[in-house]
Design a protein around this ligand. Structure first.
Ligand code: CUA
Length: 350
């Protein structure tokens, strides 16, 4: 739909360009000054010409704008009743994705099944952002709700409706300047088969009883019961339930520290006592490709660097570092050893 609009507009404008250039070149040669020629007749204010070169561009603009406006409305058509609705919430500077149908919340990587109509309902928690995943098409402003405004369906929610045909990892980026780290407000659509999507929903703990906290240590063994994953495997997050990788003691200790320190003030990890909602939900964090909404690849070293000093990777971020506060929070005061353990724990959550 968008491609068709783009291609049509492109080829029509190429045609117009060629025509205009040809006429210019022809006129330059045909009417060039020759030695000894008298000055040509000076014309000024030819009504017929003025009229023509006003009307022709106006018609061209109409030809472009009518299909553009139609397509814009088409991308936010009312979704069918069996569409998958995902609530998209822009934050400075990360993306929150909520799946009301499944009770799943995640961040920065938007898992979607191919072949099913997708409906994104979008708003912002702070300033205006813009949701844009070029290969999936459509770009839409993500506006803050009016203060004290009503629910999900408030007038300020914007919508995008589309279908994804091919599985893949489609990069996106916030497309509206929204503060100092606007450039590091990336996201991606992870388009998977319907079966893989179902597996992902289950792995996100949607079926787990969220009201019964699992005791912190040891690591949730129900998640560890699947096929073994090794770190060398390609980063498909969908190969089965989590098996922690890395030194086991660090992972266990990391979870203990994570669930007993400031981390849980802002972060949730499904299946643990961590229930914070201010920051990104970190359930299955290890399966993500990036830390900090595209700030760095998701590796043990980068996650450590992030926990130690997120400001150095992403200026203005609300998360406090070990030595430096942030977002109204004091410094976390975590030791190097604790940082390593927490990073090991987070990276193990696949
Ligand atoms: Cu959010 Cu730019």
């Amino acid at each position: 739909m968008l491609n068709r609009l783009f291609a049509n507009t492109f080829w029509w404008t190429i045609g117009i360009l060629l025509l205009v250039e040809l006429l210019i070149v022809y006129s330059m040669i045909r009417f060039r000054a020759r030695p000894g020629q008298p000055k040509p007749k000076q014309v000024h204010g030819n009504v017929k010409l003025e009229f023509l070169w006003t009307v022709i561009p106006a018609v061209i603009v109409l030809f472009i704008s009518i299909p553009t406006i139609q397509t814009t409305f088409e991308t936010q058509r009312r979704a069918g009743s069996d569409a998958l609705t995902v609530e998209v919430i822009g934050h400075q500077w990360w993306w929150e994705f909520r799946y009301p149908e499944y009770g799943v919340v995640t961040a920065n990587e938007l898992y979607l099944p191919v072949g099913r109509e997708i409906h994104l309902a979008m708003h912002s928690a702070d300033v205006i952002h813009s949701f844009w995943i070029p290969r999936v098409g459509g770009k839409r402003d993500v506006n803050p709700r009016p203060r004290g405004g009503p629910d999900e369906r408030s007038a300020r929610s914007n919508h995008l409706t589309f279908n994804i045909e091919q599985p893949g990892y489609y990069y996106g980026q916030c497309a509206e300047f929204c503060g100092i780290s606007h450039a590091i407000m990336r996201m991606a659509i992870v388009a998977v088969s319907p079966a893989e999507f179902t597996a992902w929903v289950q792995a996100m703990g949607a079926t787990a009883d969220a009201t019964t906290p699992v005791p912190a240590p040891p690591v949730d063994t129900s998640r560890a019961a699947g096929p073994t994953r090794t770190q060398s495997t390609a980063p498909s997050p969908l190969q089965g339930p989590a098996t922690p990788v890395g030194p086991q003691s660090d992972v266990v200790r990391g979870q203990q520290i994570f669930t007993s320190k400031v981390c849980i003030a802002c972060h949730t990890v499904q299946g643990t006592t961590a229930r914070g909602v201010l920051g990104p939900n970190l359930t299955r964090f290890g399966a993500r490709r990036y830390v900090g909404a595209g700030a760095r690849p998701n590796t043990q070293a980068n996650v450590e660097a992030w926990i130690r000093d997120p400001q150095s990777l992403k200026p203005g971020v609300l998360m406090p570092g070990a030595q430096q506060g942030g977002g109204g929070m004091p410094p976390s005061g975590l030791s190097e050893d604790e940082i390593r353990a927490i990073a090991a724990y987070l990276v193990s959550l696949k």
